[in-house]
Design a protein around this ligand. Structure first.
Ligand code: TLP
Length: 344
């Protein structure tokens, strides 16, 4: 059977052969009881890589973000979020549903909020208003087409947070993409946040799982919240074994995904009906507008699917994501399909 070129997300990556072997051989225990050695190893490795005291293995990025908000906040408080952020738009409202805090969305340019505007929006508790207790950042920024939020912007927001005694959580689902493309070490990004969540199961290709890293006391509390949310996993070492491979063997190759995304973006940006500035494609996500007389977005995606090319509609257009299971051939035949459909 001819394979699909699946650009829907980097979450579709299949585990590598090394991961499958590691799963079979993993030493395991009951992690809820605290005795799975492979999970311990992964958590220690993640904390070390991020330069944090401790880390926690969680089933998903969404749960990692939800736990972080729950630990850093209380009811009657407010959280500053970027208007297009994943945590605000794509995580089934856990800020209100689980943490019962008020999200305060602020606009940004490519994920970078204006630090002065952040400062102006920090509120202190009164009979009318909530206290701001947390600022959430995202890097790379998914819905800004995988944009890298510049280190200077993060530093400026950190200063604002310190001035007002507010915590910072970084949704670093794709922090290794940001680091490889910018040359900024992940520790530098993590240092500017009190806690960081990052995903093992996106470009790094592990089948399941994300990590939450931060101070020891925060992680102790996070472990309790994870259990309360049903995220305590027993012989999780079989999954953690893949996470260890993700962190030790799969980071450098993300560069190939960035190169392929750039190649695809450059080729399709020239075609009629497409709005895309290829210079803005910094990592592995391409979001573009399509306004073509013959191709409304749903029909265009259907036609691509007929050709075994998969992508997702997003607000403002279509999203293509490159990853380990996309090769040069997938990119070339996708470019050819775009040319055939949009030029003729
Ligand atoms: N993003 C998924 C979908 O939910 C859109 C994707 O396909 O890109 N933070 C960011 C920045 C994310 O992009 C995602 C997943 C998450 C958090 C949540 O991770 P999971 O899917 O593991 O809960």
């Amino acid at each position: 059977m001819e394979k699909y070129s699946d650009f829907r997300s980097d979450t579709v990556t299949r585990p590598t052969e090394a991961m499958r072997r590691a799963m079979a051989e993993a030493e395991v225990g009951d992690d809820v009881l605290g005795d799975d050695p492979t999970v311990h190893k992964l958590e220690a490795l993640a904390a070390e890589i991020m330069g944090k005291e401790a880390a926690l293995f969680v089933p998903s990025g969404t749960m990692g973000n939800a736990i972080a908000v729950k630990v850093w906040t209380r009811e009657l408080e407010e959280v500053i979020v970027e208007a297009r952020s994943h945590i605000y738009n794509m995580e089934s409202t856990h800020l209100t549903f689980i943490s019962r805090v008020n999200p305060r969305p602020l606009p940004s340019w490519r994920g970078a909020m204006d630090p002065d505007e952040v400062a102006r929006n920090i509120r202190s508790a009164s009979v009318h208003t909530p206290r701001t207790s947390l600022i959430c950042l995202e890097n790379t920024h998914n819905n800004w087409s995988g944009a890298i939020v510049p280190l200077n912007n993060l530093k400026a927001i950190r200063e604002v947070a310190d001035r007002y005694g507010v915590k910072v959580h970084l949704d670093g689902a794709r922090i290794f993409n940001a680091s490889l493309a910018s040359g900024v070490p992940v520790k530098e990004y993590a240092r500017l946040a009190d806690s960081i969540m990052f995903c093992l199961s996106k470009g790094l290709s592990a089948p399941v799982g994300s990590m939450l890293a931060g101070p020891k006391e925060f992680i102790d509390q996070a472990r309790r919240v994870r259990k309360a949310l049903g995220g305590g996993m027993r012989q999780a070492g079989v999954l953690a074994a893949c996470g260890i491979i993700a962190l030790t063997q799969m980071v450098e190759r993300l560069k190939e995904d960035h190169d392929r995304a750039k190649k695809l973006a450059r080729a399709i940006a020239e075609l009629p009906g497409i709005s895309l500035n290829p210079e803005e494609i910094e990592t592995n996500i391409i979001i573009f507008g399509l306004n073509h007389p013959r191709w409304p977005i749903p029909s265009f995606l259907e036609e691509l699917k007929r050709r075994r090319i998969l992508a997702l509609p997003v607000t403002g257009g279509i999203r293509f994501v490159t990853h380990k299971d996309i090769d040069d051939d997938d990119v070339d035949r996708t470019i050819a399909a775009f040319q055939e459909l949009l030029l003729n």
